[in-house]
Design a protein around this ligand. Structure first.
Ligand SMILES: Cc1cc2nc3c(=O)[nH]c(=O)nc-3n(C[C@H](O)[C@H](O)[C@H](O)COP(=O)(O)O)c2cc1C
Length: 262
């Protein structure tokens, strides 16, 4: 039986869409595919007998602390096949291949890595028609990637000393303690006269970082926030603000988001 388990993290939906594209092509070729959200998965309990795919957004040429925690906590194994894909707005400094190396050292057999250019969800958000074109182009690349996965001809990005060195720096920047500094800088706030008290932000926060205040308004703790931008992007009344974020991006419309999260 051909079974593939995909573990993904997504903030605004790009990585989820990439995982779904891979799933669709695999299913079309009679594979059984299980797509799992990293935030709901205990890395110690994953099935090491199946081929594993890991997908995550590129963040500061690395990824979110919660994704790194998942990867670093994956168990030691012998020869479990694994592939890694990232989604990014511009450039990754080969984060996928660098994380692949970490997993190779844990006994995984790295069958391939790739990076998928998707709409940027942070600061340099483009116009919607440009985003659509960018996504459509990448969907074709994802299909080629998946067909290579099926044929067993996937390749891993080559990384030289420069990329390994940059990875050490980006790993430092995105470690949990430095992230607290970014959380303080990017800090989200509620604009009370816009907030409809629908509490969608509380429901969709992947790390349960948003809670309810006595007066029924959401409140952001800065403890667990990954800065994934899901809350600020999907707030229906645009009632969440951060001084650094002027324009937001949503990969999914309201119906698609309902299907995805609820
Ligand atoms: C805090 C933050 C940092 C980011 N850093 C990078 C980066 O270093 N390079 C890049 O190409 N894209 C970067 N991006 C853009 C995202 O990687 C890209 O839009 C990704 O597809 C978002 O995936 P998602 O919708 O699954 O969350 C960053 C996004 C965020 C929120």
């Amino acid at each position: 039986m051909k079974i593939i388990d995909i573990y993904y993290f997504t903030g605004t939906g790009n990585t989820y869409l990439a995982a779904k594209k891979i799933e669709a092509t695999l299913k079309h070729n009679d594979y059984t595919v299980n797509i799992n959200d990293i935030t709901k998965t205990d890395p110690h309990k994953i099935n090491l007998l199946n081929t594993i795919g890991i997908g995550f957004p590129v963040v500061c040429w690395n990824t979110f602390p919660i994704v790194k925690e998942f990867i670093y906590n994956l168990p030691q194994t012998f020869d479990t096949k694994i592939f890694i894909f990232t989604t990014m707005g511009n450039y990754s400094l080969k984060a996928a291949a660098n994380f692949g190396n970490i997993l190779k050292n844990k006994g995984y057999s790295l069958i391939g890595t790739d990076e998928f250019l998707m709409p940027n969800n942070f600061i340099a958000v483009q116009k919607e028609d440009e985003n659509i074109t960018k996504r459509e182009k990448t969907y074709k690349k994802i299909e080629i990637f998946t067909n290579k996965l099926i044929k067993g001809t996937l390749k891993t990005d080559k990384i030289n000393f420069f990329f390994k060195f940059c990875f050490v720096i980006s790993n430092f920047i995105t470690n949990k303690w430095k992230w607290k500094l970014f959380q303080k800088i990017i800090k989200f706030n509620i604009i009370k006269n816009k907030c409809a008290k629908c509490h969608l932000c509380i429901k969709i926060c992947p790390v349960k970082n948003i809670t309810l205040k006595n007066n029924n308004y959401p409140i952001f703790s800065s403890q667990k926030c990954q800065l994934c931008l899901r809350c600020i992007s999907y707030c229906p009344s645009h009632a969440i603000k951060s001084f650094l974020i002027k324009k937001t991006y949503r990969a999914l419309n309201k119906e698609e988001m309902q299907q995805w999260l609820f």
